[in-house]
Design a protein around this ligand. Structure first.
Ligand code: NAD
Length: 293
């Protein structure tokens, strides 16, 4: 079994670390929040109070909010690369900009560290159940070395290309997820405004060609207006920015993504940033003058 440093023990990182512990690995966890540290200790992990201490491992996983945190924790003074022994396997599972992953990959290689970008899809439930989809960019031999760790955390595990490719696939994932949420929200607005019960209405959609994991997992909570996160609007706003920046970089226009990004920005501007991304429903209700008072 492996000693794994795990940095970023939030909604996703907490249960992922717990699964690695349950699989018999030793986990040295680090986070800036006390509650996250306590959860790790309850799950049987060892909390360490610095990035340096979490780097004294065979594998280091980062599960942080965004590019600046990954840059700070990996590239910054006192960061992972400053303390890493050559041969370390560094797996960044955060959703960040592809160009940051490329920079991390290059800086890691210069230190003899093998780096992978391995963002995930599947949400908090996927993290808890160990069934995440993991899209991996980087050297294929490093991917092979990391596979036993990935198999604890996920079910669909795919090497998608060189450094940064995992993040580009994740950007594509997020624009699809955002677009589907917006359309499910519009379906609920239409059904309710027409006097049709959205519960059975969406049950039918979920079983037909319109069916999706989002309809399967979230239709009941959306109809009930339960927007406890889950995946926060703030993080999806960040991801839409990544998708649009990647589109600009690739020289393509993504009009649906642009519209979805604006709706998510509206959710944030309306003060819903800490709600689940299914709270996009609140924006679509407001657009039609149907917002709950
Ligand atoms: P989160 O905010 O719950 O967790 C991030 C954790 O990182 C927090 O506990 C925070 O304290 C910690 N942290 C921040 N800066 C730190 C630092 N400098 N040193 C140590 N710890 C630090 O976020 P999350 O929902 O777990 O998401 C993590 C990443 O996974 C994000 O990039 C997100 O986009 C992605 N993601 C989230 C979901 C989801 O459903 N929540 C799904 C797929 C991907």
């Amino acid at each position: 079994m492996t000693t794994i440093g795990f940095i970023g023990l939030g909604i996703m990182g907490g249960p992922m670390a717990a699964n690695l512990l349950a699989a018999g690995h030793t986990v040295l966890g680090h986070d800036t929040q006390q509650a996250a540290a306590e959860r790790l200790v309850t799950a049987g992990g060892k909390y360490v109070d610095s990035v340096a201490a979490a780097t004294a491992a065979d594998v280091v996983i980062t599960m942080l909010p965004d590019s600046p945190q990954v840059e700070e924790v990996v590239l910054g003074p006192g960061g992972v690369l400053e303390h890493a022994e050559p041969g370390l396997l560094l797996i960044d599972m955060s959703t960040i900009r592809p160009d940051t992953s490329v920079a991390v990959g290059a800086a890691a290689a210069a230190r003899g560290v093998r780096a992978l970008d391995a963002p995930v899809s599947g949400g908090e439930k996927g993290a808890i159940d160990g069934v995440l989809s993991i899209m991996v960019g980087g050297d294929v031999h490093a991917f092979d070395a990391a596979r036993p760790v990935f198999e604890v955390l996920g079910k669909t595990i795919v090497h998608v290309g060189p450094s940064g490719a995992g993040q580009t696939v994740k950007a594509a994932n997020q624009l699809v997820v955002g677009g589907i949420y917006a359309l499910v929200a519009e379906a609920i607005v239409l059904l309710e405004a027409s006097g049709v019960d959205p519960g059975p209405g969406l049950d039918v959609l979920a079983g037909g060609l319109a069916g999706s994991r989002i309809l399967e997992l979230k239709r009941k909570s959306m109809v009930a207006r339960d927007f406890a996160p889950g995946f926060r609007i703030d993080l999806h706003h960040k991801d839409m920015g990544i998708a649009l920046a990647a589109a600009r970089e690739a020289g393509v226009a993504l009009p649906m993504t642009g519209l979805t990004a604006q709706l998510i920005a509206a959710a944030r501007a309306q003060g819903h940033g800490s709600l689940d991304h299914s709270a996009l429903l609140k924006v679509l209700e407001t657009v039609s003058g149907k917002a709950a008072s």
